[in-house]
Design a protein around this ligand. Structure first.
Ligand code: B4P
Length: 187
């Protein structure tokens, strides 16, 4: 399985991705998690990414390509993977296809779109802000991340739709309800 999780910030990609890891026994590759770890460790990559992340903008494509290519080359990703947060624009989707071709795979298998309304997203992320205090979980930055998603990432729905690889799931409900919907469409 070579699965891409698509959805606005707060749509549940990270949450459902963890459940998919446990269910399918393949790794999840999250560019957001990798970037936050780099920021926390104050690596040069993290220092480069921090300002864009705090503002709710995408970090430069070249910064994320290395993270993804290195992780895809690891042994455990050979039998399949779940990509969470990558690709986030058309250029990244094309580079991902190239990376997979170099590994002998014909692109991704499926792209799963978790659909959630903007108001639900804002509610969830403000709720997370109370618990985790992420720098990008303030209302103005959340609204900006939604705009960035609509402008940069949502064209990927059409990109994968035209390839017949897109499946859509309603992302509102209990975690288990959503998970069952996902497993059903991936069968
Ligand atoms: P990410 O970490 O990918 O953050 P995100 O899109 O905001 O997703 P998030 O993890 O918050 O969403 P989830 O759906 O899991 O990226 C952060 C930043 O990194 C970006 O803004 C960008 O700057 C940079 N970045 C990352 N990848 C990049 C790339 N490829 N290119 C360039 N820049 C990149 O959130 C779920 C929240 O909702 C949780 O609190 C959860 O508990 C809750 N939730 C989930 N399901 C729920 C449900 N059913 N009901 C109620 N709450 C639910």
């Amino acid at each position: 399985m070579r699965l891409v999780l698509l959805g606005a910030p707060g749509s549940g990609k990270g949450t459902q991705g963890e459940k998919l890891v446990a269910h399918f026994g393949i790794p999840k590759i999250s560019t957001g998690d990798a970037l936050r770890a780099a920021v926390k460790a104050k690596t040069p990559l993290g220092m480069t990414a921090k300002a864009a992340m705090d503002a709710g903008d995408l970090v430069a494509n070249e910064v994320v390509y290395g993270i993804v290519e290195d992780r895809l080359a690891e042994d455990d990703a050979k039998k399949g993977f779940i990509l969470d947060g990558f690709p986030r624009n058309l250029a990244q989707a094309q580079v991902l296809d190239d990376m997979l071709k170099r590994q002998g795979a014909a692109g991704i298998g499926k792209a799963l779109h978790l659909h959630v309304t903007d108001e639900e997203i804002v509610k969830r992320l403000l709720d997370r802000a109370q618990k985790e205090g992420r720098a990008d979980d303030t209302e103005p930055v959340i609204r900006h991340r939604i705009e960035v998603y609509n402008a940069e990432t949502s064209p990927l729905l059409d990109f994968y739709g035209k390839q017949g690889k897109l499946v859509k799931v309603e992302g509102v409900g209990t975690l288990d309800e959503i998970f069952q919907r996902i497993v059903a469409v991936l069968k």
